[in-house]
Design a protein around this ligand. Structure first.
Ligand code: XMP
Length: 174
């Protein structure tokens, strides 16, 4: 592992505190509603699992699979959505949760599709936003980070490192 991993960017304690704050912000922003959390799989899974436990409203969860990175560290520019969106998403107040906002393609594609199936409202929440995406809107953002590929806490390289509790840079040689 250490041949690939570089320095820690965000340690587990820093992540935990921010996820707690995001949970409180979402709970007050969506007060009176029953949020339906839609985590974007696979990357958003770990973040969403922690975040939903910090939301003090009667929340539900319907995960969706989407991918734009394949197995490497460059966006393919195409969002692969292998499923039809479940009909039960219609008329829901949705909070779309992803690990990272990079080109913004994944969230924008899903947001449009959720409205197509009749979602009542769609908010977005990302744990990380890359510097190059600073102009891209999201309702809730955990951390703004540099324009580099990171792994850990759900973020992967070719499917690996999702289980790491901290978020780390890759070594330059990796
Ligand atoms: P877009 O470009 O659609 O990308 O905003 C969002 C998806 O791209 C993946 N992604 C990353 N995955 N480390 C990762 O492990 C990164 O630094 C990274 N940047 C983008 C991720 O799957 C996200 O959902």
């Amino acid at each position: 592992m250490s041949e690939v991993l570089g320095e820690v960017l965000l340690d587990r304690e820093t992540i935990r505190n921010r996820v707690r704050q995001l949970g409180r912000l979402i709970s007050s922003d969506m007060e009176g509603l029953e949020p339906c959390m839609v985590p974007v799989l696979d990357g958003g899974m770990v973040f969403a699992a922690d975040l939903i436990r910090e939301i003090s409203l009667p929340a539900t969860m319907i995960p969706l699979k989407a991918s734009s990175y394949g197995s490497g560290s460059e966006s393919s520019g195409v969002v692969d959505l292998p499923w039809e969106l479940p009909k039960e998403l219609s008329s829901k107040d949705i909070i779309l949760v992803d690990d990272i906002l990079d080109t913004g393609l994944t969230l924008e594609t899903l947001r449009r599709k959720l409205f197509d199936v009749g979602a009542q409202s769609v908010r977005t929440c990302v744990l990380l936003r890359k510097k190059k995406s600073i102009h891209l809107p999201a309702d809730h953002i955990g951390f703004d980070i540099p324009d580099v590929f990171v792994v850990g806490y759900g973020l992967d390289l070719g499917g690996r490192y999702r289980n790491l509790p901290d978020i780390s840079f890759l070594r330059e040689t990796a």
